[in-house]
Design a protein around this ligand. Sequence first.
Ligand SMILES: C[S@@+](CC[C@H](N)C(=O)[O-])C[C@H]1O[C@@H](n2cnc3c(N)ncnc32)[C@H](O)[C@@H]1O
Length: 231
Amino acid sequence: MGVREISVEGKNLEIHELENVCDTLTGRVLTGSWIWDSALILSQWIITTAQSPSQPEFDLTGKTVLELGAGAAGLPGLTAAMLGASRVVLTDIEPLIPGLCRNVEANNLGHVVHVRKLLWGTDESLGEFDVVLMSDVFFDPDQMGALANTLKSACGERTRIWAATEIRPWTGDCLTALADQGFGVVELSGPVSVDLTGPGPEQRCGSFAVFSLVKQSDAGHVPPAFYDIWG
Ligand SMILES: C[S@@+](CC[C@H](N)C(=O)[O-])C[C@H]1O[C@@H](n2cnc3c(N)ncnc32)[C@H](O)[C@@H]1O
């Protein structure tokens, strides 16, 4: 916990993680209090792809960006702002909003980045975005219906949805639940190289992937193209 410095485009993002922020109902520490490895993966992935001249579709310059389940850090969204996005909205549940605001202020990105409370499936007034980012939100298949409803309200036909996740036993069920809601799911190529060494001495490991989700015009089942890139 504490403050982490993450390099984006030769500049450092200063990210404050939270301590002891608990769910008032369960008493459990909120999972969005700290940066998950998937956020580091997604941040690095958008830096790499946004700079690829052969893939202009990943250029974030002038794009509007929504991050869902941003936690208190909002690292992928803040990275998008550093890469030239014109407007970024970071969202999560209410107890994490002060942490998000603090990280926007710490990086002087308030002119581009806005913070908004959002429980999936409860607000259809977000408007449409060019890009939606998500990291480590595929943890409960039962939550995917609400997530899909939010995605449907924030996405038009041209919206790109990029999601990084650690591959866990239930990840496939989450992706299948989103496919059942009418989203095409495609794994984007190539493992992402990122330093997953945390602030402590421990080395972490795991399998991660970045997926593109595509809102289908006709709802129906779309089988997810899902496999473990490091398997
Ligand atoms: C594992 S954390 C990942 C946080 C951050 N994206 C990262 O990768 O560091 C999952 C996040 O999803 C958020 N989340 C879970 N269910 C949600 C819901 N129904 N509506 C809004 N956010 C939700 C949590 O509050 C938490 O911040």
